[in-house]
Design a protein around this ligand. Structure first.
Ligand code: HEC
Ligand code: HEC
Length: 426
């Protein structure tokens, strides 16, 4: 009797195993969901960190928004911040490499390179791909902490949005052209704003303490580089996106992600090892990594046609070809990809990792790569698709923001056409 029972039990057990292994859709057998939130410590975005001297201030935010689209910040009146960080393009520009100064009335891939109005010399591509300014409030600082002084740019050469915002107007290719030198252009731009009564009114309103100091000294109010940086930073700091499918999933809506996206999420944190670098609520550790991405375009300053990445700023060979890990929030809105836009699609990016960083920069050998990137991942086409699908779940085009923050103003205080009259045609 006993042995008959034993046989029966063995039969029942093995048939369950057989039966289950055939029904792949059964959630008990392949637990794609489980408690993914607890298992991988998934997080939503924290509160915005504000610097002590640039706290939340609606007047400053609105002033920053107007400045963002006003060609007055371009010495040759040829571009605006919004030319390369356009709300219709995920606050990036949809190009491999940006075209800044020029007389083109297009935004996005159709924009043409041009010549300087001052010298008539040609102005080339900006050497690096435009990153989104969405969620830059959460860029971590160089110690990996969330502070208002996060690492900015692909090589980390600016700290915090205030510091960053006054750099593009000094760049020949991005905004300046050949009028004024990088060292004196900001003084010129501030004095141009001093001559616009509407800017005087708006700056005084946005900077009441500074206005009072001028008054007490008996001096006439003047726009400074500091105020300019603070206003532009105040606007950009509000551009946070908390309503992606991923965020809704983490907050408890278990149906916010499709099954394919849940599988992609699991791969992201396990087999594909993406979370080694793309981690935390903004999907980046903000560290500098050698990935061996092939180089296209004019390159940065140290060697023509080449971009040494972190080394361009630190001048230390140890940073050669290292670029800062970018956020993956809204990455589906900002193709093409990488510091030089060399990869066209998210599939191309995942295949790059799947093939142990190939196509590879010819000067980057295996031992120079970050250790996690040296071996092929062995992802099937289906798994590649799942990872891509998961990244799409990080998209939220500002759906919870005050709609005004996503709007391009009809007019700007200088009276010049917003965005220099350029439009984005899909
Ligand atoms: C011609 C295109 C262009 C214009 C105009 C431009 N940018 Fe950018 N922006 C870029 C590129 C390219 C980068 C990356 C450059 C690098 O890393 O070296 C960048 C980087 C940034 C970053 C850093 C994002 C991050 O996560 O590191 C911020 C913030 C930013 N720009 C804001 C602005 C503001 C504010 C203005 C106007 C004052 C402006 N940009 C004008 C192309 C442009
Ligand atoms: C070792 C760190 C590291 C790992 C692991 C890693 N990444 Fe990256 N990722 C980076 C860095 C650094 C860049 C920018 C490199 C460059 O531009 O030269 C980047 C760029 C990207 C970009 C382009 C973003 C943009 O705005 O241009 C995407 C998409 C991306 N990674 C997704 C992934 C996925 C998916 C995985 C897993 C299969 C992964 N990454 C694994 C560090 C990493």
């Amino acid at each position: 009797m006993k042995s008959i029972y034993k046989l029966l039990i063995i039969f029942l057990l093995s048939s369950t195993v057989l039966f289950n292994s055939c029904s792949e859709d059964d959630p008990i057998v392949t637990p794609i969901e489980g408690d993914l939130v607890a298992e991988f410590g998934l997080e939503t975005l924290p509160d915005i960190p504000y610097p002590p001297d640039n706290q939340y201030n609606p007047d400053r935010i609105e002033l920053g928004r107007l400045l963002f689209y006003d060609p007055i910040l371009s010495a040759e009146k040829a571009s605006t911040c919004g030319t390369c960080h356009h709300p219709g393009l995920g606050f990036a520009d949809g190009r491999k490499l940006p075209a800044g100064v020029g007389n083109s009335l297009e935004i996005g891939p159709k924009r043409q390179l041009g010549v300087s109005k001052t010298t008539l010399l040609p102005i080339g591509d900006v050497p690096r791909n435009s990153p989104t300014v969405f969620n830059t409030a959460f860029n971590l600082d160089s110690t990996g902490k969330l502070t208002p002084f996060g690492v900015m740019f692909w090589d980390g050469r600016a700290r915090g949005l205030e510091d960053q915002a006054v750099k593009p107007p000094t760049s020949r290719e991005e905004m300046k052209g050949d009028l004024h030198s990088p060292n004196n252009v900001l003084t010129f731009l501030c004095s141009s704003m001093d001559k616009v009564p509407e800017y005087m009114r708006l700056f005084k309103k946005a900077f009441p303490e500074e206005a009072k100091e001028y008054e007490e000294r008996g001096d006439e109010f003047m726009v400074t580089k500091k105020m300019l940086g603070k206003a532009l930073a105040a606007f950009q700091r509000e551009l946070v996106t908390r309503n992606s499918a991923y965020d809704r999933f983490v907050m408890g809506d278990k149906d916010a992600l499709t099954d394919n996206q849940k599988k992609g999420l699991r791969l992201f944190f396990t087999k594909a090892k993406c979370n080694t670098c793309h981690n935390g609520p903004n999907f980046s550790d903000y560290k500098f990594v050698v990935q061996g991405v092939p180089q296209i375009g004019p390159g940065k300053k140290l060697l023509a046609g080449e971009d040494f990445g972190r080394e361009e700023f630190t001048q230390q060979v140890s940073g050669r070809f290292a670029f800062r890990t970018p956020t993956l929030r809204n990455v589906s809105l900002t193709a093409p990809y990488m510091h030089d836009g060399v990869l066209e699609t998210l599939e191309d990016v995942v295949q790059f990792y799947n093939n142990a960083s190939r196509p590879r920069h010819p000067k980057v050998t295996d031992d120079m790569l970050h250790p996690v990137l040296r071996d092929p991942l062995g992802l099937t086409d289906e798994e590649v698709d799942q990872l891509v699908d998961f990244m799409k779940a990080l998209e939220d085009n500002g759906s919870l923001l005050d709609p005004k923050l996503m709007e391009i103003p009809d007019k700007v205080p200088s009276g010049l056409p917003p965005l220099n009259g350029a439009v984005f045609n899909k």
